[in-house]
Design a protein around this ligand. Structure first.
Ligand SMILES: [Zn+2]
Length: 333
């Protein structure tokens, strides 16, 4: 028997959880406001122009092609500690400078397509999601953001246990917030550090274990991330809702087969949809009410029309104004 969605005062309480990988940031902003491109974990050293420098260290050809492999090889070895620190700093500084363009991006739409009961779990280090969140804050009723690999856009006060924007002051004690650490691509990641990363995982498990819908956007769940992949799957299984909950994958056509196989044991094939772009997803078609829309159709047998689908807005103001028209009535199941 599957679980029935939790509905209170005609409102769905269960979260829609969106999981983001590098593909989502690239779809949102391939080239940033200042012409910088967004690296993937495998080509980061090339984008940062460090390949020639690294080839002087005598790494294998294979390692020089793939930053994940290179970093895994040097990680934690005393001989490479200087180089490791250097790479970590360079990567952080590069990501910190990335900036969203002024026009609405997919991350603006994504944030505004969800509400405060929902959550976005991102494995990306770039600050785009935080920037999108910040500039849409005035709209209100926004989803929770969770960063299990750390993020350059997040600042922390360890004394007050507060999470905020990087380079800002703690709203509590007014001390400068510390950088959130970044978990680099190594096989043995420390998800149980007793601090912030463990806390992010606690939040991720909490939302997944009560989710009534999951969207996996541009997240390949790479080899080095077996532990994350298992944690995500085991947490969602607890929700026990797969036979009626939508499970959507947004990824490149070339990744379709691999992605479908990768998640096959946690979705029901009748509820699985694969999309090549965000524009085809339920989040675009029925923003802020994606799950309500679906449950009306399958549980109440009262399908709604897509009257408030997103459109391609030219400015952020237009997008935000539109989201303001998705009213209480639309929100109730
Ligand atoms: Zn503080």
């Amino acid at each position: 028997m599957y679980r029935i969605p939790n509905i209170k005062n005609r409102r769905l309480q269960d979260p829609h959880v969106v999981i983001l990988g590098a593909g989502a940031s690239i779809a949102a902003c391939r080239i940033d406001k200042n012409g910088k491109s967004v690296p993937t974990l495998s080509n980061i050293h090339k984008v940062l122009g460090m390949k020639d420098m690294l080839s002087g260290y005598g790494f294998s050809k294979e390692a020089l092609e793939n930053f994940e492999l290179l970093f895994s090889n040097i990680n934690g070895k005393p001989k490479w500690i200087g180089l490791q620190n250097y790479l970590e700093n360079e990567v952080r500084n590069y990501f910190k400078k990335l900036e969203l363009p002024n026009e609405p991006t997919i991350y603006d739409y994504l944030i505004l397509s969800l509400t405060e009961k929902d959550a976005i779990v991102t494995f990306n280090w770039d600050p785009f999601l935080m920037q999108a969140y910040r500039r849409n804050l005035s709209v209100g009723n926004l989803p929770q953001l969770i960063f299990p690999h750390g993020n350059v856009g997040v600042g922390l006060c360890y004394d007050c246990k507060v999470k905020g924007y990087a380079d800002c002051l703690c709203p509590n004690c007014f001390k400068e917030l510390s950088d959130m650490k970044l978990l680099f691509p190594v096989h043995q990641k420390n998800y149980y550090d007793g601090e912030i990363i463990q806390n992010e995982w606690t939040e991720a498990k909490k939302v997944l274990s009560t989710a009534a819908g999951v969207t996996i956007f541009g997240y390949s769940a790479p080899e080095t991330d077996q532990e994350a992949y298992n944690l995500l799957k085991d947490s969602y299984r607890i929700s026990n809702i797969e036979t009626i909950a939508p499970f959507s994958i947004i990824n490149l056509k070339a990744a379709e087969k691999e992605q479908k196989n990768k998640w096959a044991d946690i979705y029901d094939r009748h509820m699985m949809t694969f999309h090549e772009t965000f524009y085809e997803s339920l989040l675009w078609l029925a923003p802020r009410v994606s799950l309500e829309y679906l449950f009306d159709a399958i549980l109440q047998q009262q399908p709604r029309a897509y009257v408030k689908s997103f459109q391609d807005f030219k400015t952020l103001e237009e997008l935000q104004k539109f989201v303001g028209t998705i009213t209480e009535y639309d929100m109730a199941i």
